[in-house]
Write a protein that binds this ligand. Structure first.
Ligand SMILES: C[S@@+](CC[C@H](N)C(=O)[O-])C[C@H]1O[C@@H](n2cnc3c(N)ncnc32)[C@H](O)[C@@H]1O
Ligand code: SF4
Length: 388
């Protein structure tokens, strides 16, 4: 079992019209140093998790690289003071936007053990970057990359696809550049916008989007990448260990605006999450100042935590494990839910195998390539509505 911490940094240079994450432009909310004070306070207020080694830390956003590096690394020390010391091989990731990191910032990150960089490249096509109103251009991504390569660092790319007017050739070029630049990990995201949104026009059709995803898979597999999760690819050994926490029934602690946590406390586990509005988050932390809470239901109102029932926990386990190429082993289900529940899960899994959406190799159930494309359907069939 692993344990990790997610820390949300909600500042951005601009608010991208397509983005649903809890973020603000810097001038709209409290200064970063005050936000980091709130995070420090939050770290002190919670004793939901016993002090234990951290296998992963993930600074996500937003744009964590926008704020002073000293503020970011101070949070690592704050966790250590509370007894959450990084294990020797810990993975410490920060999301960085092109043109927001210089050598000085990078050196502070490195001195404090940040060892993985997730770069929001999106596309290397300047016209498309302009179309989706990104602040950066492809040359700035390359400059950021040159800096990371100078230090021989482990980095990942976020790539957006199915953008308005984007062609398969254009996507192919983006993938080739990403691979050539040496990304060890690539997360392709299919642009999602509500109908009527300005970016919903002139987009590739649904069939083209499926073809684009197939192109991504084939191309990256040709280059030696493994699709270790439905929408994440990496060279062998460079899977995101933090992502894997979310898909392996491991516990994680989310700090900051809108951050989600999962604890195995209570029979079937508890999920809890912070408000996604900055005013509400600030009020919450300030109202708890100086106190220590042992359980999320003591500090959060009922709309911010969920004590899972057995069927919800089983549904989560099936969905998250099947997202991974590693798949779902009967032993995992049996260990947590017993032999009777395993039998009823296997009945459903077998039906999905008959429809060629899953296969079983004797040890693990896995999505077939058809199943990966129709994963929503698979997950619907593996949603348990009554306590098991
Ligand atoms: C938490 S965001 C932060 C990354 C960074 N701030 C950036 O924008 O480069 C992580 C990724 O989500 C993806 N994303 C954001 N909004 C999206 C949307 N509406 N549809 C698909 N992907 C989206 C982008 O590719 C982005 O890099
Ligand atoms: S920079 Fe990234 S996190 Fe910020 S608004 Fe744009 S997509 Fe969202």
């Amino acid at each position: 079992m692993s344990f990790g911490v997610y820390i949300h940094i909600p500042y951005c240079i601009q608010r991208c019209s397509y983005c649903d994450f809890a973020t603000y432009v810097q001038s709209e909310i409290l200064p970063p140093s005050q936000y980091v004070d709130l995070l420090n306070e939050e770290i002190k207020q919670h004793s939901f998790f016993q002090p234990q080694p951290l296998d992963t830390i993930y600074f996500g956003g937003g744009t964590p690289s926008l704020i002073e590096a000293s503020l970011i690394v101070s949070l690592i020390s704050a966790l250590e003071k509370r007894g959450f010391v990084r294990s020797p091989e810990a993975e410490v990731t920060i999301e960085i936007n092109p043109a927001t990191v210089d050598e000085r910032k990078l050196e502070v990150y490195l001195q404090h053990g940040i060892n993985r960089f997730s770069v929001g490249a999106q596309t290397f096509d300047d016209q498309l970057l302009k179309r989706v109103k990104r602040e950066h251009n492809a040359e700035q991504t390359l400059q950021t990359l040159r800096l990371l390569k100078k230090y021989n660092l482990n980095f990942s790319f976020d790539i957006l696809f199915a953008l308005p007017s984007q062609t398969k050739d254009g996507l192919n070029r983006d993938l080739e550049i990403a691979v050539e630049l040496g990304a060890k990990h690539i997360s392709p995201y299919c642009l999602t916008v509500p109908s009527g949104h300005p970016l919903s026009k002139a987009r590739p059709s649904d069939e083209d989007q499926v073809e684009m995803f197939n192109l991504i898979r084939e191309k990256l597999e040709d280059f030696g990448y493994v699709q270790y999760e439905i929408s994440n690819f990496s060279l062998p050994g460079f899977e995101s260990r933090h992502n894997n926490l979310y898909w392996s029934d491991d516990e994680y602690w989310g700090l900051g605006l809108s951050a989600h946590s999962y604890s195995r406390e209570s029979s079937w586990g508890t999920r809890f999450w912070n408000p996604s509005n900055i005013g509400s988050y600030q009020a919450l932390i300030q109202s708890h100042s100086g106190k220590i809470y042992e359980r999320p239901d003591q500090s959060l109102d009922a709309s911010h935590f969920e004590i899972l029932k057995s069927n919800q926990s089983l549904t989560d386990l099936c969905h998250t494990f099947l997202r991974r190429s590693l798949g779902l082993s009967p032993a995992v289900v049996e260990r947590k839910f017993g032999a009777r529940v395993l039998r009823s899960v296997e009945t459903r899994l077998t039906k999905l195998r008959e429809r060629e959406l899953l296969h079983f190799d004797g040890g693990h159930w896995r999505l077939t390539s058809q199943g990966r494309l129709m994963s929503n359907l698979v997950f619907e069939e593996l949603t348990f509505l009554e306590p098991v």
